[in-house]
Design a protein around this ligand. Structure first.
Ligand code: ZN
Ligand code: ZN
Length: 260
C-alpha cells in the first residue's frame, strides 16, 4: 500500500516525475538540474540516492537536462529507446543503459512499465503507464494530438498525468515567432487545452481516473486557471461517474505526492 507518484515539475523549462513503491524508485525524465532534482525530492521526504532507474521519454532538453549528472551520481541504469539514446546531445555519458522498445512491456522490480509511441517531433518519443499493487498511472506529455493508441493505453488508469500545453488563442496572439507557433500547433507538437478537453469529454476516455494532473503547461501561452477550467468543463460534460480531482503540475514546485 505504498505506490506513489509526484510530478516534481513540468513545463518547457523542465519535466520530471517520481514513481515509487516500497522496493522501487523511478525518475521519469530528468529535466531539472541535479541540484534542483535532489532538492525537490528531499523536500518530499524521498531519498533520491535510492533511485532504482531513470526512464527517458525523449531527448528534448526539458526532459534530459539533468540526466548525465543524475545518472553518474546515482550510478543507476537509464532506460530509453535506442533511437532516443542516439539522439542525446553529443558527449552525453551514461554509466549504464538499458534499451526498451515502444509497445513492449518491461518490469523493474515490482513496477510494470508500458512505453508507447506518441506523435511528437523527437527521434522516438514515448509516454508511459506504470502498474503496481493493482494501481495504474499514466504519464502522457509531449504529443501533437491524441491518437487511438494513447486512448487505449490510458484506459483503466487511477491517475492520469496528461498534457494541457497551450490555449490556442494565447498561442496565436502571443510572442512566439510564427514557425515556433506552427511547430507547437502541429500534429508533432503539443496538446492544446482544447485537444485535451476533447479527449476528456469523449467516449473513448473511460473516466475512471480519480486523479487528473494537467502537465506541461506553457508559461507563455497558457494560464493555469484557463487549463483547469477547460478540463473541469470537459469532465462535467460526461454523463456518468464521479468527477476526478483536477490538479496542475507547475514548473516551479512539485504536485502533491499521490498515494495508494
Ligand atoms: Zn517537453
Ligand atoms: Zn518534447
Amino acid at each position: 500500500m505504498s505506490f506513489r507518484v509526484c510530478v516534481l515539475g513540468s513545463g518547457s523549462r523542465g519535466n520530471s516525475t517520481w514513481v515509487a513503491t516500497e522496493k522501487t524508485r523511478l525518475l521519469v525524465d530528468a529535466g531539472f538540474s541535479r541540484r534542483e532534482t535532489l532538492a525537490r525530492l528531499s523536500a518530499l521526504g524521498e531519498r533520491p540516492e535510492l533511485c532504482t532507474a531513470i526512464l527517458v521519454s525523449h531527448e528534448h532538453t526539458d526532459h534530459v537536462n539533468g540526466l548525465p549528472k543524475l545518472a553518474a551520481d546515482w550510478k543507476c541504469p537509464v532506460y530509453l529507446t535506442a533511437a532516443t539514446h542516439a539522439a542525446l546531445p553529443p558527449g552525453t555519458n551514461l554509466p549504464a543503459c538499458e534499451t526498451f522498445t515502444a509497445g513492449e512491456r518491461l518490469t523493474i522490480r515490482d513496477i510494470t512499465i508500458s512505453p508507447f509511441a506518441v506523435p511528437h517531433d523527437a527521434a522516438d518519443p514515448v509516454a508511459f503507464t506504470f502498474e503496481a499493487e493493482g494501481v495504474k498511472i499514466a504519464v502522457v506529455t509531449d504529443l501533437g494530438y491524441v491518437p487511438e493508441l494513447v486512448k487505449q493505453r490510458v484506459r483503466g488508469c487511477h491517475c492520469l498525468i496528461f498534457e494541457s500545453n497551450h490555449d490556442l488563442e494565447m498561442l496565436k496572439l502571443g510572442p512566439y515567432p510564427w514557425p515556433v507557433k506552427q511547430r507547437v500547433m502541429s500534429r508533432q507538437g503539443h496538446l492544446s487545452n482544447l485537444a485535451t478537453a476533447d479527449f476528456l469529454s469523449g467516449d473513448e476516455f473511460d473516466g475512471q481516473a480519480r486523479i487528473l494532473v494537467l502537465a506541461h503547461l506553457s508559461e507563455t501561452n497558457n494560464h493555469p486557471e484557463i487549463a483547469r477550467l477547460s478540463a473541469v468543463q470537459a469532465l462535467s460534460c460526461r454523463a456518468t461517474g464521479e468527477q476526478p480531482e483536477v490538479h496542475l503540475a507547475m514548473q516551479s514546485a512539485p504536485t502533491n505526492m499521490f498515494r495508494w
